[in-house]
Ligand binder design. Structure first.
Ligand SMILES: *Cc1c(COP(=O)(O)O)cnc(C)c1O
Length: 368
């Protein structure tokens, strides 16, 4: 059996007609940047989340950068984020001129260890980029309260957590703003790069919209200098076509995780993903920790099962952050786990048969 890590084709085929006509509509109007398809998607996504403003941007990384710039973060400032994430969470801090400050992860839930944050706050700390990694919520309630007490901004990186919740409130709605990516492999994925900012703050919304479009809200009127990071109409139209299915796809991911839990539960050599109490994990990734991780990954590959690592080298260990002079002992949990984590295939259309096959191969590996 051949099981890819993610299968975008099976999803495309399941809604081919609506995707094809979404693309054709944009071609018919030759309205490629801005216009009604972008506006429609922004309104639909905002309605689904019950949020005042959604601002489509070129990609998820830019949304973090735009948010921090428009919150006035820059040179001399510090922004706290987590040691294990995709580099967008930290490189955008540096892009503003500020300094990223990494925190270790929680040993059970793999997101930031919220109890370490207070100790990292200095008079220079301006914000926290809180990443809800793998679809698993960080303890955003706790961090929201801490940020309020300390007078710092909470920015939620929701690139891997569309429709995740803590106590009934979705990722992206507690902070000053949420940042979303619609990269093709994300839970809600476009067919190219795309992202959006979500916020209830009117002033911040206007600033971000302006900054993402050359500092302009009206043609040829530039209040400030900005960048070019707009959501294009083709991507917006495709995202609108996918939106009616996204809640069902999210439930399918959750079901698939439950099936993995069932079929993998007897294997002593692996640790299954724990769900933080009171939260809805939406399984952008299904990440186990495994003894002899590299050998297991190879065994699975030999049996047609593609796996991945999120992430094999934590951010502070990357060459890019050598200048921060951190030591592996500063992030003991993240350093240990980078050698143990393994992401198994996960997508809504993954079949129970495939999950059983994967579980059998894993069991077989540890028996031999
Ligand atoms: C994918 C991702 C991003 C960036 O999104 P792009 O659209 O690829 O720029 C940011 N943060 C995290 C945690 C991500 O996984």
């Amino acid at each position: 059996m051949n099981i890819p890590f993610v299968d975008l084709k099976v999803q495309y085929n399941s809604i081919k007609e609506s995707i094809d006509s979404a693309i054709q509509n944009v071609l018919n109007e030759t309205s490629f940047v801005g216009g009604k398809y972008v506006k429609n998607f922004e309104e639909q996504f905002a309605k689904l989340y019950g949020v005042k403003h959604v601002i489509g941007c070129g990609n998820g990384t830019d949304t973090l950068y735009i948010l921090m710039k428009m919150l006035g973060i820059g040179s001399g400032d510090e922004v706290i984020t987590v040691a294990n994430s995709w580099i967008s969470s930290s490189e955008t801090i540096t892009q503003t001129g500020a300094r990223p400050v990494f925190a270790d992860i929680d040993p059970d839930y793999y997101s930031i260890n919220e109890h370490l944050i207070e100790g990292l706050i200095t008079p220079h700390t301006k914000a926290i980029v809180l990443v809800h990694l793998h679809g698993q919520m960080a303890n955003v309630e706790f961090v929201e309260k801490l940020c309020k007490d300390k007078g710092i901004y909470l920015i939620e990186d929701c690139a891997q957590s569309h429709f995740s919740e803590q106590n009934g409130i979705r990722a992206g709605l507690r902070g000053i703003a949420g940042s979303f990516s619609f990269y093709p492999g994300k839970n809600l994925g476009a067919y190219g790069d795309a992202g959006c900012i979500m916020t209830n703050d009117n002033d911040l919304a206007i600033k971000c919209r302006m900054y993402a479009n050359h500092g302009s809200l009206k043609k040829n009127v530039h209040i400030i200098e900005g960048i070019n990071s707009r959501l294009d109409s083709m991507q917006a139209s495709i995202l609108s076509a996918k939106l009616p299915h996204i809640l069902k796809w999210t439930e399918q991911r959750i079901n698939n995780a439950a099936l993995y839990n069932k079929y993998l539960s007897a294997i002593q050599q692996i640790v299954l993903p724990a769900v933080r109490p009171g939260t809805k994990h939406t399984y952008h990734l299904y990440v186990i920790r495994a003894q002899q991780r590299n050998e297991l990954a190879k065994y699975l590959a030999d049996n047609g099962i593609e796996t991945s690592l999120h992430y094999p080298k934590i951010l502070p260990n990357q060459e890019a952050y050598k200048y921060l002079n951190t030591k592996p002992e500063d992030f003991p949990v993240a350093n240990k786990y980078q050698e143990e984590i393994l992401s198994l295939p996960m997508y809504p259309e993954l079949s129970e048969e495939a999950i059983q096959y994967i579980a059998q191969r894993i069991a077989e590996f540890y028996k031999s």
